[in-house]
Design a binder for this molecule. Structure first.
Ligand SMILES: NC(=O)c1ccc[n+]([C@@H]2O[C@H](COP(=O)([O-])OP(=O)(O)OC[C@H]3O[C@@H](n4cnc5c(N)ncnc54)[C@H](OP(=O)(O)O)[C@@H]3O)[C@@H](O)[C@H]2O)c1
Length: 201
C-alpha cells in the first residue's frame, strides 16, 4: 500500500534552507547515501513526488541551470499559483503543475506511484498542508550538525497554517517520526564502518 513520506534534512535549529535559499550548509556534509535513512534505498521505493515552487526553482537553478540533467525518473508535481508556462522547459522531466487543495494532488500522486510510495519533498509549509489534511504517513528527518539562525522552516508554526504530525507514540495509523542526528563535530557512519571496519579519519 502506498505511503506518503515527508523525507528531508534540517539544520539543528529547524531550517530546510538558509535565508537565501542556499543548501550549501547541507551539501557540504559528509553524508553516506547508503547509511541510516539513506537516499538510495528511499528513492528506490518512491513512485511519485511533489514539491513547492521555491524548491523547484532551486532544482532549476542548481541542477538544470548548471547543465545537469533532471535528477528524477518519476513524475513530479510542482505546486504553484504561477502560470506553468513561466517556468523553463526541462528536457526529459515529467513535471506536472497543480495549485490549491493538496488532497486532489495526493490522489493523483498515489495513482501515479502505483505500488510505490509518495515523496513530499517540501518545503515545510507544503509538508504541513499534507500533515493538516491527514495525508502524511512518515516523517524522516536527517539532522545536520549546523545551526543557521534563520531560513525556511522544517514546519511552519502551527498557528500559521498547519499542525505538525502526531508523535510516534500515537496510534499506528498516525505518522511516525524518525530522525538521525550525529553529534556536532562527528562524521556520519560510513559504509565501511557498518561492515565492521574503521572509517578513514
Ligand atoms: N533541506 C532539504 O532537504 C530541503 C528539502 C526541500 C526543500 N528545501 C529548500 O527549502 C526551501 C523551501 O522553501 P519554502 O518552504 O518556502 O518553499 P516551497 O514549499 O518549496 O515553495 C513554496 C511555494 O510553493 C507554492 N505552493 C505551496 N503550496 C501551494 C498550494 N497549495 N497551491 C499552490 N501553490 C502552492 C507557492 O508558490 P507560488 O508562489 O509560485 O504560488 C509557494 O510560494 C527551498 O530553498 C528548497 O530548496 C530543502
Amino acid at each position: 500500500m502506498t505511503r506518503t513520506h515527508y523525507y528531508t534534512a534540517t539544520s539543528l535549529d529547524g531550517f530546510l534552507a538558509d535565508a537565501n535559499d542556499s543548501l550549501d550548509w547541507l551539501l557540504s556534509q559528509d553524508v553516506d547515501d547508503e547509511g541510516p535513512f539513506g537516499y538510495k534505498e528511499f528513492i528506490a521505493g518512491v513512485g511519485a513526488m511533489v514539491m513547492g515552487a521555491t524548491t523547484y526553482d532551486w532544482v532549476l537553478t542548481n541542477h538544470i541551470g548548471k547543465g545537469e540533467p533532471w535528477p528524477y525518473e518519476i513524475p513530479a508535481w510542482v505546486m504553484t499559483h504561477r502560470d506553468p508556462g513561466s517556468f523553463a522547459d526541462v528536457p526529459g522531466a515529467d513535471v506536472r503543475f497543480a495549485a490549491g487543495d493538496v488532497r486532489a494532488v495526493h490522489a493523483a500522486l498515489t495513482e501515479a506511484a502505483g505500488d510505490r510510495d509518495v515523496w513530499v519533498v517540501g518545503g515545510g509549509d507544503l509538508a504541513a498542508q499534507f500533515a493538516l489534511a491527514g495525508l502524511l504517513d512518515d516523517l524522516t528527518v536527517s539532522i545536520a550538525p549546523v545551526t543557521l539562525g534563520a531560513g525556511r522552516p522544517l514546519f511552519p508554526a502551527p498557528s500559521t497554517s498547519a499542525s505538525p504530525p502526531r508523535p510516534a507514540t500515537a496510534p499506528s495509523s498516525a505518522p511516525t517520526t524518525k530522525s538521525w542526528a550525529p553529534a556536532p563535530g562527528s562524521s556520519p557512519p560510513c559504509a565501511k564502518e557498518r561492515r565492521g571496519h574503521a572509517c578513514p579519519v
